[in-house]
Design a protein around this ligand. Structure first.
Ligand code: MG
Length: 168
């Protein structure tokens, strides 16, 4: 793979919402009247982040790494995916510069959880919390996201080269 000093990646993910007793987004458990429907825990924010990181190293996508047909991934805490992806980022000789995340969710209300999510993701990415930005927005009541049928997330990451390790 190329040894560019900087590499950028983008990721997107979405999951269905239904009535439930809580959900996990950005690695943080949020007690609420909803749950995410997915093979794993449905943490769309982490899934988008994983795809951004994999995109930056030319590493494919999270669906290829962790197929939803694999029983081992059922109900899995998506932090496990993120740790494996970060292992690949390091093996490719890169470290995270910064990450910019946008979550689109009509519910639950994200503001009370934003700081915890930023702190959790910064720890997983090996960066200072100031290098992780989370923007949580509603969809202003429009469309399927506005009707609370699901949540969606976008992620952009910048990686910086730190070594000349062989590519994965
Ligand atoms: Mg997903």
């Amino acid at each position: 793979m190329s040894t560019l000093p900087l590499r950028i990646g983008h990721g997107f993910d979405s999951h269905r919402l239904e009535a439930g007793e809580g959900l996990r987004l950005g690695g943080v458990w949020i007690a609420c009247d909803w749950r995410l429907v997915a093979h794993s825990d449905g943490d769309a924010l982490i899934h988008a982040l994983c795809d951004a990181l994999l995109g930056a190293i030319g590493g494919g996508d999270i669906g290829r790494l962790f197929p939803d047909t694999d029983e081992r991934n059922k109900g899995l805490d998506s932090s496990v995916f993120l740790r494996e992806v970060m292992r690949r980022v390091a093996a490719a000789g890169y470290a995270v510069g910064n990450a910019d995340l946008t979550l689109i969710a009509q519910v639950p209300r994200m503001a009370p959880h934003a700081a915890a999510i930023v702190a959790t993701l910064a720890r997983e990415l090996g960066v200072d919390p100031s290098a992780v930005n989370l923007k949580a927005k509603t969809n202003e009541g429009m469309g399927h996201l506005g009707r609370k049928e699901g949540v969606a997330a976008h992620a952009v990451v910048l990686l910086q080269r730190v070594s000349h390790a062989p590519s994965v």
